[in-house]
Write a protein that binds this ligand. Structure first.
Ligand code: GDP
Length: 471
């Protein structure tokens, strides 16, 4: 374990030194991490960001674009040969076909390199020619960050914590609990039985996720990628008890250790610790729609996710970062096109409140943070309708469920985020100001003028915060 840590540190040291030299003498590279819990909007964000950086007509909030300093933006082969490439073209084709549809969501880590040819500002502006800045975008599930918590827990401690959570989630975990009661975990390992137990545990995690719970670690059980069916994902938490050599209990403890060593640590070391900038996407509106319990669960999951961005708090992270840090973190409430723009500041305030809580516990080692509300791909238009003699601001779009156009007012978000967050924390059944409805809009067919990217809300502001100072 200690040797492993040291080796992690050394590799990072060499890479870090090379990275610095590379940056100074060659072409600067920005590594942007895009994460969020599943369905938060990562795939749409990356697709829309890249499309709007290639065609910059809708990016006035990105200073370099507004000043006309970006001469070109083009996709290039990515630097990491072993990572899947983000399927940008397939995703964009889904969004922009004759009958546009939302593309497949993120299920693992992927990468895309967009290179920008940029003219410098200031003193150098007249003298130097355009230079190339590489933007390496790394897409990965937020669920994988929740696995950081596993690094501090041995199998017994993790089992205890996880079984307490299973019990607290009632019916969702009943089937797994029953399987556990029947299992003789001190008996000799029988692989089909081990698989059965792991399958029931996975089914519980899937049910919990479907019921709106955010924290469903271990993250690869829900998003296994190419590890599906491997022994490293074939274990489950067990109650305390004897674990003789060769028993199922002993083997599960061993596999849990493998999961931490072979899956969790390499992800943090090889991908996470190399990021310079990070956007965390949050589907606040769906959680508000889900009610106080869903919102509180999101709050807790985000606090756990944000723990990964405070390397000072964790020995392992301190070692792999070696004093480097993620310089900027943007916390973005997504799908803002579901509400009228008069409500956007309130949505941003909720995101800000969720972030502030994590910040109050520890800072982000000097990283700049910001919260905003955005829609990476705008699927609605705004309108004012007459509602019983009163004017009412609504959004209008094509409903995914029916394919029909509908106008929609989801309810007013409160000015003070505490009106939502306090009842959530207190375990209230309902919000103080009534409920909020949510609808799924399909992407609308758009005809783009030359030089224009797809419609969005504040994607340019997000880009300015994340990369504006480096281009
Ligand atoms: P991922 O799991 O984080 O990759 O999530 P996706 O990017 O696939 O988004 C999940 C779903 O959220 C999509 O299928 C859309 O229905 C919805 N969505 C994401 N971004 C937007 C947006 O900007 N506007 C709207 N209206 N819906 C969005």
């Amino acid at each position: 374990m200690i040797l492993g840590n040291l080796a992690d540190g050394l590799t990072r040291g060499v890479e870090g030194a090379f990275g610095a030299v590379n940056e100074a003498f060659f072409e600067p590279t920005i590594r942007l991490g895009v994460t969020g819990l599943s369905r938060a909007g990562k795939t749409i964000f990356i697709t829309a960001l890249v499309a709007n950086l290639i065609n910059r007509g809708r990016m006035p909030g990105l200073a370099a674009a507004a000043q006309g300093r970006i001469e070109a933006a083009f996709l290039q082969p990515q630097p990491d040969d072993t990572l899947p490439r983000f399927a940008y073209e397939t995703h964009l084709a889904a969004l922009s076909g004759d009958t546009p549809r939302w593309p497949e969501s993120t299920s693992g880590v992927s990468e895309l390199r967009l290179s920008l040819l940029v003219r410098p500002t200031g003193l150098l502006a007249g003298m130097a020619g355009a230079r190339t800045v590489h933007l390496d975008i790394v897409d990965y599930p937020g669920e994988w960050l929740l696995d950081l918590g596993l690094l501090d827990l041995d199998f017994a401690a993790w089992s205890e914590k996880t079984l307490a959570r299973v019990a607290a989630r009632g019916e969702l975990g009943a089937d797994f609990e029953a399987a556990l009661r029947e299992a003789d975990t001190s008996a000799k390992l029988d692989e089909p039985r081990a698989q059965e137990l792991a399958a029931r545990f996975t089914a519980y995690l899937q049910a919990a996720k479907a019921a709106g719970y955010s924290d469903c670690a271990p993250g690869r059980f829900l998003l296994p990628g190419d590890l599906a069916g491997s022994p490293v994902l074939t274990f489950a938490p067990l109650a305390k008890g004897p674990a003789p050599r060769g028993s199922l209990a002993r083997e599960f403890a061993r596999r849990y250790e493998s999961y931490r060593r072979e899956v969790v640590r390499p992800f943090f070391r090889d991908h996470f610790a190399r990021l310079d900038r990070q956007i965390i996407l949050v589907d606040v509106l769906s959680a508000v729609h889900g009610g106080p319990a869903a919102l509180d669960d999101l709050r807790q999951a985000l606090a756990d996710i944000l723990a990964a961005f405070r390397p000072g708090q964790n020995d392992f992270l301190r070692q792999i970062f070696l004093g480097r840090r993620i310089e900027k973190i943007l916390f973005a409430a997504t799908k803002a096109d579901h509400i009228h723009h008069s409500q956007h500041a309130r949505l941003a305030a909720i995101a800000e409140a969720l972030l502030a809580e994590a910040k109050s516990r520890a800072d982000f080692a000097g990283a700049k943070t910001r919260a905003l509300a955005l829609a990476a791909y705008r699927a609605t238009t705004e309108e004012r309708i007459d509602h019983g003699g009163e004017p009412r601001d609504v959004v209008q779009g094509i409903l995914s469920a029916t394919g029909k156009r509908a106008a929609f007012h989801p309810g007013d978000l409160p000015e003070d985020p505490a009106r939502l967050l306090a009842p959530a924390r207190d375990g209230a059944e309902r919000f103080l100001d009534g409920d909020f409805s949510a609808m799924v809009f399909a992407p609308q067919p758009v005809s783009l003028k030359p030089g224009e990217g797809p419609p969005h809300i504040r994607l340019d502001k997000a880009a300015e915060f994340l990369i504006g100072d480096r281009i």
